[in-house]
Design a protein around this ligand. Structure first.
Ligand SMILES: *[C@@H]1O[C@H](CO)[C@@H](O)[C@H](O)[C@H]1NC(C)=O
Length: 135
């Protein structure tokens, strides 16, 4: 397993973003209106400040059909979508979805709150709440 090879990682991220853009083009008829958010503004990792992801999310505007990019190396972290109660308590067994291959993207296609945690480092603050507004 050579998951931490940097060039492999960059190629995968490019592929993920290009695929996401291509898919978005195919689905949006008249206007192309979505944003790609690099979650946390840098790699999806254990934050140096406990409220890093909260602060980051406050500074972003999320609208329906936006794309979230979680940039991490396979094996280091995960991205699990969880209910609010599991987000608050870092309950890793309550995940709705879990992505273990990094980097990965999530399209937020519903209006409302999304909660994501790293199942390995949630207790260390590696979790983010995303408030998706109508477009
Ligand atoms: C964690 O979530 C699971 C599944 O929803 C639930 O069965 C369990 O009781 C929860 N654990 C805690 C400590 O809340």
């Amino acid at each position: 397993m050579k998951a931490n090879n940097p060039s492999t990682k960059i190629m995968r991220l490019n592929l993920v973003v290009v695929t996401a853009i291509a898919m978005a083009y195919a689905q949006i008829p008249a206007t192309l209106s979505f944003y790609i958010h690099l979650v946390g503004g840098k790699a999806w990792d254990v934050p140096s400040k406990p409220n890093h992801y909260e602060t980051w999310a406050k500074g972003e505007k999320f609208t329906k059909d936006d794309i979230l990019v979680f940039d991490f190396c396979t094996g280091m972290h995960t991205v699990a979508e969880v209910p609010k109660v599991a987000y608050d308590t870092c309950n890793t067994t309550a995940a709705k979805t879990i992505e273990t291959l990094g980097p990965t993207t999530v399209t937020v296609s519903n209006v409302g709150m999304y909660f994501f945690i790293c199942t390995k480092h949630c207790q260390s603050g590696q979790k983010v709440a995303i408030d998706v507004k109508p477009s």
